[in-house]
Write a protein that binds this ligand. Structure first.
Ligand code: SF4
Length: 307
């Protein structure tokens, strides 16, 4: 059952660029419910289809007079590292994998939740609300399906001094199919499920549909992290009856990349990356090349290898 929103409470919707949160915003607005702002946290590692949908829904929000912002985690101190700005660059810098591969969720906390909360903390309507002892209403797009019910179970009963978390899709009893129908009814294309393209939660068929440049970077991420992986096999953590724990193994087994190309990446790229990091460490931080510059060179190797 849908609860009312206190008239003075600022209302923030978390838009993850996927099906659920898109439908939630469309229906919330259609029901005439108050909405102050929409925030999207960009990890820099979303799939191409998700980034293609971003301007489409931004246009829809503009047409409906909804203020919206894309927020990002911005590391400030790089010590001796080349500056990094995305989840992928973070993993390559630290020779590790997203925390979800280790069974934790701090990647989502760091790259999605924290940037949104920081933005709201600097937002004047939220500060005024908190000074009066109120709470900012935060709309989360968990649907009523069994998968999202498990995610919701972790948060159920979670009480916060600053936010009143609301799950409108669950209040309406909407599952993902209902969400897709609502998006189509609004005249919009239905986006794909949003997630980082190296996320452990992706399925085998989702990995298979990734473009070549993502597959190459997945091989690189696992190869770079390999010396530090003692308790897990790779991005998928551990093998199951339907897939290996390493995405590289699946890429190799399915022939998604040429075997020789996989070996070239594993054998050479991590060493080249460490050399780059060591050279960068000697350069003052304001003149130091960023991690993305090395990645651009690595990606350029796609065409050289393919030629
Ligand atoms: S989509 Fe996956 S990898 Fe990306 S932040 Fe969320 S849990 Fe981590």
């Amino acid at each position: 059952m849908e609860r009312n929103v206190a008239p003075s409470a600022p209302v923030v919707a978390a838009w993850g660029m996927g099906i659920d949160s898109t439908a939630m915003i469309i229906e919330w607005v259609a029901r005439g419910r108050p909405l102050s702002i929409v925030l999207t946290a960009d990890t820099g590692t979303e799939r191409e289809e998700t980034y293609a949908f971003l301007p489409i829904f931004q246009q829809w929000m503009d047409a409906h007079g909804i203020e919206h912002h894309v927020v990002r985690y911005t590391p400030r101190r790089f010590k001796h590292w080349p500056p990094y700005f995305t989840l992928l660059e973070n993993c390559l810098t630290n020779a590790t994998l997203p925390s979800i591969s280790f069974g934790r969720h701090s990647c989502s906390q760091k790259w999605k939740i924290q940037p949104q909360d920081r933005w709201v903390a600097d937002w004047e309507p939220a500060q005024t609300c908190w000074k009066r002892g109120g709470k900012v209403v935060k709309l989360i797009g968990y649907d009523a399906s069994p998968a999202d019910s498990r995610r919701y179970a972790h948060r159920e009963g979670h009480v916060c001094d600053r936010f009143d978390y609301r799950y409108p899709l669950r209040e309406w009893g909407w599952d993902r199919a209902r969400c897709a129908k609502r998006i189509r009814a609004a005249g919009l294309p239905v986006p794909i499920k949003s997630a980082c393209w190296l996320c452990a939660a992706q399925k085998v068929e989702e990995l298979s549909s990734l473009p070549r440049w993502c597959l190459r970077l997945i091989v690189l991420v696992e190869a770079r992290a390999a010396p530090r992986l003692h308790s897990i096999e790779g991005l998928w953590r551990s093998s199951t009856s339907t897939r290996p724990g390493s995405m590289t193994a699946d890429i190799r087994d399915q022939g998604l990349l040429d075997r020789r190309e996989v070996e070239v990446i594993i054998g050479g790229a991590p060493i080249d990356l460490v050399d780059f990091q060591q050279a960068a460490a000697a350069i003052p931080v304001d003149a130091r090349p960023a991690m993305r510059e090395w990645i651009e060179l690595f990606n350029a190797g796609v065409s050289r290898l393919a030629a």
